[in-house]
Design a protein around this ligand. Structure first.
Ligand SMILES: [Zn+2]
Length: 328
């Protein structure tokens, strides 16, 4: 039986690339009428997907907020591991659609504190989402071309379709008009560019369904366009950093300033949720990522300051049925 409710599942809630015990890398899933959409593909996404008992044959779309490895590192596995089950008796299921930022207009330059020593792959030093998917297929061509000779596999040419999201360059001081990424069978997805250091473009996504709406912040500093995008949403899944914790654990000077220029601090996120007027704030993409570093109670207590809605500490495997679905 296919569950027709709209349900949010957190697959992983850790921030930053370094693996930590007890928490998987950032990834969330939204299940709409049985179709599964995955937002970010951090470490352990395919395992989190299986643990959540989601159906790989119904993986419909993947949305990358930005192209740092902690958000994209397990995209290859999410595409390649379940390849064999993406088929029905009448033929292959439609390709997984992967959406994310395109190539930046230019490769960001460094400064006195942070700069590149070596430029990797100088002929294309800042590939976009379509490039990334193309390179995954090229890098795993052996698997894709040879495995069908020993096991019945669907046509690898139908495995995936990638799309670069063209977010118009905004006018400073002017609100962004969200870009419609997908509008298909009762699911509308819109994106705005957010502010995450040199990770340009970095995106936040809003999903609107018949049962309600969920917004995923991606990684960003406090951002008016994200707040406008999230206005009135049922759930805001927002990343959170504890810059004070980092400071107490040796971060200082330019390195700490740079972290503050990349992230929303735990003391700021409640006001973000309040200004947006969302129903529930769910914390994710924790920095520090170790589950024991800061208790869930402490995250919630500080994040919820100034927010009149419900604040929840996200954890791997947390599920939320959207309000509209509960009422049916
Ligand atoms: Zn991140």
């Amino acid at each position: 039986m296919v569950c027709m409710a709209t349900e949010l599942v957190l697959l992983g809630t850790a921030g930053a690339p370094l693996p930590v015990p007890g928490r998987a890398g950032i990834s969330s899933a939204l299940v709409v009428d049985g179709r599964v959409f995955v937002i970010d593909c951090g470490r352990g996404t395919p395992s989190g997907f299986a643990d959540a008992r989601l159906d790989f044959a119904r993986l419909d779309g993947v949305f990358l907020s930005h192209l740092h490895a902690d958000h994209t590192g397990d995209l290859a596995g999410l595409l390649l591991y379940p390849w064999g089950v993406r088929v029905r008796p009448d033929g292959p299921v439609p390709p997984v659609r992967v959406y994310g930022p395109g190539r930046p207009a230019q490769v960001p330059a460094g400064d006195a504190d942070f700069r590149r020593q070596t430029t990797i792959h100088p002929e294309l030093p800042a590939p976009g989402t379509t490039d990334l998917v193309g390179h995954i297929l090229a890098g795993y061509a052996y698997h894709l071309n040879v495995m069908p000779l020993d096991a019945a596999m669907p046509d690898p040419g139908r495995l995936v379709r990638a799309t670069d999201i063209a977010v118009p360059a905004g006018t400073p001081g002017q609100p962004q008009v969200p870009t419609v990424v997908l509008d298909d069978r009762g699911v509308q997805v819109r994106a705005v560019a957010v502010t995450h250091g040199h990770a340009v473009p970095a995106l936040a996504y809003r999903f609107d369904t018949a049962d309600g709406s969920v917004v995923f912040s991606g990684d960003t500093t406090v951002n008016d366009d994200l707040i406008a995008l999230a206005r009135g949403a049922d759930i805001l899944v927002h990343h959170v950093a504890d810059l004070g914790y980092l400071q107490r654990h040796g971060w200082a000077g330019a390195a700490l300033d740079r972290m503050a220029g990349l992230h929303t601090d735990v003391t700021e996120v409640g006001e973000v949720a309040e200004r947006a007027g969302v129903g529930e704030l769910i914390l994710s993409h924790y920095l520090p990522a170790e589950p024991g570093a800061v208790s869930e109670q402490d995250w919630v207590k500080r994040a919820g300051l100034g927010f009149s809605g419900r604040t929840t500490a996200g954890r791997d495997g947390l599920r939320r049925t959207l309000p509209g679905a509960e009422e049916r």
